[in-house]
Write a protein that binds this ligand. Structure first.
Ligand code: HC1
Ligand code: SF4
Length: 575
């Protein structure tokens, strides 16, 4: 143990604890802007400086270890003065129009400046305006970048893509898309991890809330909205609702209060995906097609963008099933339109997703006999949903639990866990077992695919399952850096699997790039646990038991993988 004094308090911490961590463990907050544990420990912003007794120069607390006998002051006059100057200099290169910023109220720079009582900026303001394509789903505002390097590091170290880099030298140092490419050329997966790790408003999703408001106001449009599994695990965080209060039923109520015509839970089409993908897997597996390489899941558009640019040779091993988002959109404009007796064009489909990549996935086209537009017309993130709730002046405490609309109302626990890493695999195995054996396994028979933590086993969860004389070898991975190493091991022949689930975001969609931001804190596993708890409490836990999905097959699709199902629920992955 190491014994030291921080702000007059005697404390003991483990060896190799930083001063910042030692302070935090004892309830002493040291402000910071660039620090991200294990990812960005470069002391670039110098906001976390502290005074060490006996030393003239202040030291940064994020990368200096606590040592025996140290006497530290985190808020002495000298520290405050230095910190204030540092933040004033940062502000002199920052577009400070907070009222029009997506991160106002949830910005570490704004908070630090307020805490330091900065009421004016005594330095000349110089702002850097780089050009950006405002129609791209990911928006960067260079005038708000504080050069903390978090986006550079998260993309390189965790997602293995290197979309961002430092450009220029000295006072002209800035961050931009790496290797002088445009963002469209940069193979960005659109996972949005750079957004959720940005301490300020330099990175955000493209705002699509106004197009949704326009559709709601249009009397000719029938607005049908779906809400993804992972949204329920996080939306309440921004609205002061507890985990128990923040239900899917209340999200559906909020949408109705905003004026949408129909509101559905995407777990319905997650169950539908399992019917299609599970059937496809059994076919490909039993035909021997998967002898050499596994079938990969296809519901994460971040992963699809990644495999297409980084491993094009593996694209043919993807499941052909569209994602639940796309399947739901397609079903809304066909099966549901028929029920309503309206033309597909009148239905305006919106999805609420924890994801930025879903905004690009929606560009997928829908053909129903002839070209029928897009499965999905607009995608908003969980953060944008919260923005809409606020802008409609809905008091979240007044929301009530309402069911989704018929005839696509039911969703099972298997559909709910789609939002957590391992969930798609677990749901698929529950139904694949039924397809092979004609009876259900215990609902938790495949819980070994659940992740034990993002950093365990390189983020890969492997499990083999015996179903009669068949062994199914599975792997689940989240995070694109982890995915890259897993794919390389598969290609080198070091590991063999039959079925692999990939989610681009660490922890799966619960950790998605469109989820509420808690600067520097990871919430994915806590949210994932929430989804597994909901699955435990669900009456139905097998996708093939979803009564509304069954009725839809009877009335509309016939069987899973039927010709009609192939036309509407599957895709050809083009490079
Ligand atoms: Fe996901 Fe999915 S789980 S991809 O993470 O398969 O976004 O939540 O909606 O489509 O169901 C996202 C979540 C989501 C799809 C489903
Ligand atoms: Fe989107 Fe989920 Fe994939 Fe992340 S893991 S890119 S949130 S679908």
């Amino acid at each position: 143990m190491v014994n030291l004094t921080i702000d007059g308090k005697q404390i003991s911490v483990q060896e190799n604890t930083t001063i910042m961590e030692a302070a935090a463990q004892n309830g002493i907050h040291i402000p910071k802007l660039c620090y991200l544990k294990d990812i960005n420990e470069i002391a670039a912003c110098r906001v976390c400086v502290v005074e060490l007794e006996g030393k003239e120069k202040l030291i940064t607390s994020c990368n200096n270890p606590a040592e025996d006998g140290m006497v530290i002051y985190t808020n002495s006059p000298k520290v405050r003065k230095h910190r204030k100057t540092t933040v004033e200099l940062i502000l002199s290169q920052h577009d400070c129009r907070c009222v029009t910023c997506a991160r106002s109220g949830n910005c570490s720079l704004q908070k630090t400046a307020n805490d330091l009582n900065i009421l004016q900026i005594p330095y000349k303001q110089t702002l850097e305006h780089q050009k950006w394509n405002q129609s791209f789903p990911l928006i960067r505002d260079s005038a708000k970048c504080i050069k903390c390097m978090r986006c550079v590091q998260i993309c390189e170290k965790v997602q293995g893509l290197g979309v961002w880099d430092v450009e220029g030298t000295g006072s002209r140092t800035t961050v931009n898309v790496s290797r002088l490419r445009s963002i469209e050329e940069a193979d960005c997966a659109l996972c949005g991890q750079c957004i959720t790790h940005c301490p300020v408003g330099a990175l955000r999703e493209r705002d699509d809330t106004e197009t949704v408001w326009d559709a709601i106001a249009d009397p000719d449009k029938i607005v049908a909205v779906q809400v993804a599994p992972a949204v329920r695990a996080a939306w309440g965080e921004q609205l002061g609702l507890t985990r128990g209060e923040a239900t899917i039923g209340k999200i559906l109520d909020s949408l109705k209060k905003m004026g949408v015509d129909y509101a559905f839970d995407t777990t319905f089409s997650a169950d539908l995906t399992i019917m299609e993908e599970g059937t496809e897997f059994i076919k490909r597996f039993t035909s021997g097609e998967l002898k050499d390489l596994p079938m990969f899941t296809s519901c994460c558009p971040g992963w699809i963008r990644f495999i297409k640019t980084q491993y094009p040779g593996l694209v043919k091993y993807l499941s052909t099933a569209k994602s639940p988002q796309q399947m739901f959109g397609s079903v809304m404009k066909t099966y549901f339109a028929e029920q309503l007796k309206v033309a597909p064009e009148r239905i305006y489909t919106v999805s609420v997703m924890p994801c930025v990549a879903k905004k690009a996935e929606r560009e997928m086209e829908l053909f129903y006999e002839e070209y029928a537009g897009h499965d999905v017309d607009a995608v908003i993130t969980t953060r944008e949903l919260v923005k809409m709730i606020r802008s409609a002046h809905i008091n979240p405490k007044t929301l009530e639990d309402i069911p989704g609309d018929r005839p696509m109302q039911e969703g099972t626990g298997a559909g709910v866990i789609f939002g957590a890493t391992g969930g798609v695999m677990e749901a698929a195995l529950r139904s694949a077992y039924f397809l092979l054996k004609g009876k259900n396994p215990p609902a938790d028979a495949f819980s070994k695919v659940r992740s034990q933590g993002f950093n365990q086993n390189n983020g890969v969860q492997e499990a083999d399952f015996q179903i009669d004389d068949i062994t199914v070898r599975t792997a689940v991975v989240s995070g694109l850096g982890n995915t890259r190493s897993l794919l390389d091991r598969i290609l080198r022949g070091e590991v063999q699997y039959d079925f692999v689930e990939v989610m681009a975001c660490p922890g799966g969609c619960v950790g998605g790039g469109g989820q509420p931001i808690h600067d520097g804190e990871e919430r994915a596993f806590e949210r994932g646990k929430n989804l597994y708890d909901l699955d435990q409490q669900a009456e139905l836990r097998f996708s093939h038991e979803n009564p509304d999905v069954r009725t839809m097959y009877e009335r509309f699709f016939g069987n899973p993988n039927s010709h009609k199902a192939h036309m509407l629920l599957h895709t050809i992955h083009e490079l």
